[in-house]
Design a protein around this ligand. Structure first.
Ligand SMILES: *Cc1c(COP(=O)(O)O)cnc(C)c1O
Length: 395
């Protein structure tokens, strides 16, 4: 099928919930994508931060196809080796105690919320201490509870009332605001993204996060970190919290872990390990053997050496873009390969559309920001081609 045929078939049969660009991709290799008409693109988006090791990595293909030929699924009433091995890798490299596997980011965050409430009830013996504090401008997913956790009015203004309740929001950056929101004793957990991704690529300041962590620890309020976008090497360490000098009680992950396959979950610390017990939580597909085999290949590829490269390439992008002195660039935010270019006098959506025409796939974020989430394994040649196209578009 050519692009036009795929678009027509899609629009005739699929709900129009996405603002799709008129491109249909058919294949990829590394950070280079190809569409149904044979045109090539440099990938600076990784899907939506998903294709952490690019497309068609041979080790990943082997791991996934071998597992698919052996066993594609078994219920969580039984054990499988890929799931066990992946759990060991994740807990060891994150320095956490145990993991729960789900399928997506929103679902992973739902798990964090259940964990926090049950911990609070068991620890304090009262069901009044159930509120989760999240930050304004955050994004935590599209299920009805994750939407409510999301601290942006535009996600609450939809026609989906009633939401599930139990959330409060504060402005990021002020520990005093957190203290005030917690002063009535109703808050059981604080949920944060260390770089607000969808909200516009805003990193939280390190000293703020450390003081927030201290406050939470002193008051037995759980610190939950949503690493769905920042995790799995995106910021130059396996998880972003490892650069913040904090020890969260639990973190969620998803996007980058499966190398394109749907997998998510959450990691917990020793302190809360015993909270979710037999029957408290579950998922039919969570920890699927094919997804776990793919994820093991991803973690294997994202060695410490590769992660150091993420930091180097991120700095290279920042240096290069700043050197253009473009009047259309207000600011560059983020670190590692999670970067936001705040535009001045240009629409992010129009800029992304123009870049796509020119042969580069990018993302937008917030109201005025072009977002770059290239595959972590992008080569310098691919990166330079992509940057060349951005330079042209921002002239
Ligand atoms: C994408 C994202 C989610 C939602 O993940 P899904 O897999 O789409 O449910 C949650 N939190 C953050 C920070 C995200 O970037």
């Amino acid at each position: 099928m050519n692009t036009q045929q795929i678009i027509e078939l899609t629009d005739n049969n699929i709900l129009g919930t996405y603002p799709r660009f008129p491109v249909a991709f058919t294949s990829g290799k590394g950070a280079t994508l190809r569409d149904a008409d044979g045109k090539e693109y440099i990938d600076l988006a990784s899907g939506l931060g998903v294709n952490s090791i690019g497309c068609a990595n041979p080790a990943w293909i082997n791991a996934v196809t071998e597992q698919a030929a052996k066993l594609a699924h078994v219920s969580n009433l039984y054990y499988t080796e890929p799931m066990a091995r992946l759990a060991e890798q994740l807990t060891q490299r994150a320095g956490m105690s145990a993991v729960f596997f789900a399928n997506s980011g929103a679902e992973a965050n739902e798990g964090l919320i259940k964990l926090a409430r049950k911990y609070s009830y068991e620890q304090f013996g009262s069901h009044n201490r159930h509120m989760i504090l999240s930050l304004q401008n955050s994004f935590h997913g599209r299920t009805i509870t994750a939407l409510e956790a999301t601290g942006q009015e535009k996600f609450h203004g939809y026609d989906f009332f009633p939401y599930t309740g139990g959330f409060k929001y504060v402005q990021p950056g002020s520990v005093d605001a957190v203290k005030a929101a917690c002063s009535d004793g109703s808050v059981c957990a604080v949920l944060i993204e260390l770089i607000q991704g969808e909200g516009g690529v805003y990193p939280l300041p390190k000293d703020y996060v450390q003081r927030l962590a201290e406050f939470c620890n002193e008051n037995d309020i759980l610190l939950l970190v949503d690493e769905v976008q920042t995790g799995i090497g995106r910021t130059g360490t396996l998880f972003a919290f490892q650069q913040y000098g904090i020890a969260p009680d639990a973190i969620s992950f998803a996007k980058g872990i499966g190398g394109g396959l749907p997998l998510g979950g959450f990691l917990v610390s020793d302190k809360v390990r015993g909270i979710l017990r037999t029957g408290d939580h579950g998922s039919t597909f969570g920890g699927n053997p094919i997804c776990c085999a793919g994820a093991l290949a991803v973690l294997n590829i994202l060695s410490d050496v590769q992660l150091a490269e993420v930091t180097r390439k991120g700095e290279k992008i920042r240096r290069t873009i700043l050197s253009w002195n473009s009047p259309h660039i207000a600011e560059i935010r983020g670190f590692g390969l999670m970067l936001g270019i705040e535009l001045s006098g240009l629409s992010p959506r129009d800029t992304a559309a123009k870049l796509l025409e020119d042969g580069a796939v990018t993302l937008t974020a917030g109201t005025n920001t072009l977002r770059l989430l290239p595959p972590l394994t992008i080569t310098d040649t691919e990166l330079e081609r992509g940057l060349g196209l951005i330079k042209q578009a921002l002239r």
